[in-house]
Ligand binder design. Structure first.
Ligand code: G
Ligand code: MN
Length: 275
């Protein structure tokens, strides 16, 4: 008998709270790569549900459940909590990699959220600039307290405007939110090697972002043609299956070790240390 999609949805809805509290929700990491040098400049944390029977499930399948159940803040906090130990072990290996975490509208609308982040940084002894919060363009629909971004800026935390190009009022967000990074959505990036209109859109968006002092990360880089086109258009950073898939943290560390291309503080200062 075929399994109906609504039966699976109902099952996942019923199982999600237990999964969240019993370690089935895990974090994968996907590299963000500087296109000119191939260096890994950051890693995005992506939630995955390791379901005991259904395998690894993507957030597309469960973030709406988390929202429906009022558990979105708990999910964000869990993903956030999973990063410090790894960041410390990377630092010991000489890898200086900031981590970014996706933050849903529930967190952006919560006036207490910057204080939660401040506590987290203090407790884990993580410097603000080592954390980027990715706020989706869709978040524009929720009321954001006027001090929200100012408080994050005070902590030194970086803010990325995620999924740029998919929502509405994107230019308004760029104008009145103090953003450090703009993440071009895959729907704008994917067609640039075949459709001149998308090339123009990406090129002018990159120029506009740079004039605003915002760095640009292209999401969904899946082919060499798109990678080289992005570089030609002045986009400095890419993320996507061509450059590195989302990986469990252990595999991510092995992958970094194999590449040995990540920026190491002692090399960046121009001093080579004898091995
Ligand atoms: O909303 P956000 O941009 O954070 O979502 C990123 C999602 O896109 C992740 O779930 C990740 O697995 C997926 N992803 C990452 N790189 C690629 C890619 O090159 N192609 C496609 N189709 N999806 C990607
Ligand atoms: Mn994101």
């Amino acid at each position: 008998m075929a399994v109906k999609a609504e039966d699976v949805a109902a099952r996942l809805l019923a199982e999600f709270p237990h999964a969240l509290r019993s370690g089935q929700l895990v974090r994968y990491l996907q590299p963000e790569v500087e296109l000119s040098s191939g260096r890994v400049v950051a890693a995005e944390s992506l939630a995955r549900w390791e379901h005991p029977e259904l395998g690894t499930l993507s957030p597309v399948l469960f973030t709406s459940l988390a929202s429906k159940l009022g558990l979105m803040k708990e999910l964000t906090q869990l993903i956030l909590q999973l990063s410090p130990r790894q960041q410390r072990s990377w630092a010991m290996a000489g890898w200086d990699i900031p981590v970014s975490v996706n933050v849903g509208p529930e967190c952006v609308a919560d006036p207490q959220f910057p204080a939660v982040i401040a506590d987290f940084l203090r407790r884990e002894q993580i410097a603000g600039p080592k954390l980027t919060l990715e706020v989706s363009e869709q978040t524009r629909t929720v009321a954001v307290s006027s001090s929200f971004f100012a408080q994050l800026a005070e902590l030194g935390v970086r803010v990325a405007l995620d999924d740029f190009g998919t929502g509405f009022a994107s230019l308004e967000s760029l104008g009145d939110w103090p953003i450090d990074e703009l993440k071009l959505d895959i729907s704008l990036v994917r067609p640039i090697d075949s459709n001149p209109a998308f090339r123009t859109i990406v090129s002018t968006t990159v120029d506009m972002a740079h004039q605003l002092g915002v760095r640009v990360i292209a999401e969904g880089v899946e082919s060499e043609a798109v990678r080289s086109e992005l570089q030609a258009l002045g986009c400095e950073i890419g993320q996507g299956f061509l450059l590195g898939k989302p990986m469990p943290p252990g595999r991510f560390a092995d992958w970094l070790r194999e590449r040995e291309l990540v920026p190491r503080p002692r090399e960046r200062s121009g001093q080579r240390v004898a091995q």
